[in-house]
Design a protein around this ligand. Structure first.
Ligand SMILES: Nc1ncnc2c1ncn2[C@@H]1O[C@H](COP(=O)(O)OP(=O)(O)OP(=O)(O)O)[C@@H](O)[C@H]1O
Length: 279
């Protein structure tokens, strides 16, 4: 798999705030990569640097192997961005909002209906944006971000502030796009969302990457030395993973064993372990 996004030693400050400090990572074509961290960690700043909306103080930001400030038009053809800064025209319809964007990007308007079908907004295409629910607006932003069929999609907290059903719909759209080959860079502070969606995640805290890997790798790395045994009488026994302790505990159990499980931390617990911070 080719590297499609790469950041080498990226750093930027806003006056006295060091928003990013020497951040390096890369994303392979076809990956869903999660950038996870609390408010103020530097997630949006990273997206802005990768989409050439900000200039770094140090480091290199590459898309498709080229520095982002050298890509210009090529950059905007290859990327789609969904951020909370919506820029939707409230008085115009769903269709009209996309038509403006299609005309700007010189995309055939025939593709608008196809995208609206994909994002489940086709029936609402004549509705004014001011009459849409929050979840529908998010689908419209999603439609706009993918209208030009970008290779890489940047999603800044795509499901934050959505109800569970709308979040689910956003997750489905992410999976579907990824199945079709779109590489996805996603920021979130929702660890279960990241666990569900991402092939790999990076933990960002105070402008630094503290840990990186697939959710499974991280769970294994930070697994606790604990085993829980459940017997058929409903009793639970806690022991450690070494054979001697396990055997000793097993010998005390009168009934039949129903389950033996090792205790696996979730990403939220690992984040707390690594950074000392709750999300
Ligand atoms: N234009 C700016 N001027 C001054 N400070 C900024 C600017 N943009 C970001 N910052 C600061 O940089 C740090 C990182 O901000 P950033 O928006 O990247 O965080 P974030 O991880 O996206 O947070 P959130 O989850 O709240 O969106 C914060 O301390 C923020 O206040």
């Amino acid at each position: 798999m080719n590297t499609i996004v790469e950041v080498r030693h990226g750093a930027i400050s806003f006056k006295e705030t060091k928003a990013l400090k020497d951040v390096s990572f890369s994303i392979k074509e076809g990956e869903i990569f999660g950038f996870l961290g609390p408010s103020g960690a530097g997630k949006t700043t990273t997206i802005k640097l990768l989409t050439n909306q900000l200039k770094p103080d140090h480091g290199t930001f590459l898309i498709l192997g080229k520095p982002v400030d050298e890509l210009q038009d090529e950059l905007y053809q290859n990327i789609g961005v969904l951020s909370d800064n919506s820029g939707l025209y409230e008085k115009l319809t769903v269709y009209e909002n996309l038509k403006i964007f299609a005309d700007l990007k010189k995309i055939s308007t025939s593709y608008i209906d196809e995208v609206l079908q994909k994002t489940g907004l086709y029936e609402a295409k004549k509705k004014k944006v001011e009459h849409l629910s929050k979840g529908m607006k998010q689908r419209l932003l999603f439609s706009r971000a993918i209208l030009h069929k970008p290779k890489i999609l940047f999603l800044d907290e795509p499901a934050s502030a959505l109800d569970p059903a709308s979040s689910e719909a956003v997750y489905e759209m992410i999976f579907e796009l990824n199945r079709q080959g779109t590489t996805i860079f996603l920021t979130t502070h929702n660890m279960s969302e990241a666990d569900l969606l991402c092939h790999r995640v990076a933990f960002l805290n105070e402008g630094e990457i503290k840990e990186m890997g697939s959710p499974d790798e991280l769970k294994l790395k930070y697994a606790k030395n604990e085993v829980v045994i459940l017997d058929d009488k409903g009793n639970k026994y806690h022991t450690t993973k070494d054979t001697a302790s396990l055997m000793k505990t097993l010998a005390t159990i009168q009934g039949n064993i129903l389950r033996i499980n090792s205790v696996e931390p979730d990403l939220k617990t690992i984040f707390l372990d690594v950074t000392g911070r709750e999300l």
